[in-house]
Design a protein around this ligand. Structure first.
Ligand code: UDP
Length: 364
């Protein structure tokens, strides 16, 4: 059976490996000149730089963790994000430490008690949920967090307000009733030692897998089964119109000193036109006299100008996607997966889990 996988990112590479270990021959192609898709990284000044922005692997899914762990060793990195709020660098998501950093003790203590009474310790409360609480102090807090953390960041990131975007998107960064400063609480977290590109290279290093870079898909290619991790609208020639995406422009700067900021990512919700600054040496504790940072400027995806990063979840786009899904369901030897193939805001672990699902569905 000739298996052709289009796209060499984490979705395509995971599926390639699963098929190859099942004894299948796989050809995996990518139009770019590198493997690993948007998790591609490279070394510069002894620092592992994520070309398409900071990526942190985190999962509660042991199957996914065990699978990826076969292709890398993990640096036990725990992600912490800070944000510039009213001139102070404070923990993001907004948690009990943030509460005490931005408010005077009397107010912070009162609000802390109400959060504990209403939600309990170590609970995550989506900001849009907190706003619904019928309590003046909690409403005050909700409005503060909305204004200082979500509103302008989300306008920059999505060109829409938090009320307009899918609640699942802002729900990714809830108010966290906890002293835990980490961005993720998943049991398994880390950065592959040597980087993501090396990890994907190991995944693809199998006698049944052939990798072809600089190779866009063309309809004349031969296959028995096609696995498409590109955007689903592109596969169907944009018949119903293009699915919109957000993209990013990264401005990379190398500074001739050791440290730019205390943590890997600092968000700037209310200031500047960029959303955040990533400093790459934090991820693997890379030692260098220089440091490399990226300023992240969101922008709309435009074909030929930039890359697709984020599907935009709203009812109109869901309807457009469902039309393409209808066409996809008519085909019996073409499978769609990945952030672009499924038009879903997958984290890396969810993309791998989806590749497992596709693979398992083939076995049935
Ligand atoms: N968000 C925000 N302010 C922040 C962090 C996140 O408004 O300081 C919102 C914003 O809409 C963002 C979403 O929450 O797009 C999800 O953030 P996350 O950090 O998960 O985004 P990613 O790292 O995937 O870009």
């Amino acid at each position: 059976m000739k298996n052709l996988i289009v796209g060499c990112g984490i979705s395509g590479a995971s599926l390639a490996r699963l098929l190859a270990e099942h004894g299948e021959q796989v050809i995996i192609i990518d139009s770019k000149n590198h493997i690993a898709g948007n998790i591609y990284d490279y070394y510069d000044s002894g620092i592992c730089v994520h070309k398409y922005g900071t990526h942190i692997f985190h999962t509660a899914n042991k199957t996914v963790w065990d699978f990826i762990s076969r292709f890398c060793q993990w640096y036990p990195y725990q992600h912490k994000v800070r944000g510039l709020i009213d001139g102070q660098i404070v923990p993001i998501p907004f948690n009990l430490n943030t509460l005490h950093a931005v408010f005077p003790d009397s107010l912070a203590n009162k609000i802390e008690q109400k959060l504990l009474d209403n939600f309990g310790l170590n609970t995550k409360v989506p900001i849009l949920e907190l706003r619904k609480k019928d309590d003046p102090d909690l409403q005050f807090l909700a409005q503060y967090v909305y204004d200082k953390i979500f509103l302008e960041y989300t306008l920059k990131q999505w060109g829409q307000t938090p009320d307009e975007i899918d609640p699942a998107v802002s729900g990714r960064v809830p108010v966290y009733v906890s002293r835990d400063d980490r961005y993720f609480q998943d049991k398994y977290q880390g950065i592959p030692i040597g980087g993501y590109t090396a990890m994907v290279k190991n995944m693809l290093n199998h006698e049944n897998i052939t990798v072809r870079l600089n190779t866009p898909f063309d309809a004349g290619m031969e296959y028995d089964r096609l696995f498409w991790t590109g955007s689903i609208d592109e596969f169907f020639g944009y018949k119903y119109g293009a699915l919109p995406y957000r993209s990013e422009r990264f401005e990379f700067i190398t500074f001739p000193f050791e440290r730019f900021q205390d943590v890997a990512v600092v968000n700037y919700p209310c200031n500047y036109d960029f959303t955040r600054i990533g400093e790459y040496k934090h991820f693997l504790n890379d030692q260098s006299g220089n440091t490399i940072v990226s300023y992240e400027y969101p922008e709309p995806f435009q074909d030929g100008k930039n890359d697709r990063f984020y599907p935009i979840a709203n009812p109109q786009n869901a309807e457009l996607y469902s039309k393409y899904l209808g066409m996809a369901n008519e085909l019996n030897n073409v499978y769609f997966l990945g952030r672009l193939g499924d038009y879903k805001y997958y984290d890396m672990d969810k993309a791998v889990a989806r590749s497992f699902d596709v693979f398992n569905s083939l076995k049935k």
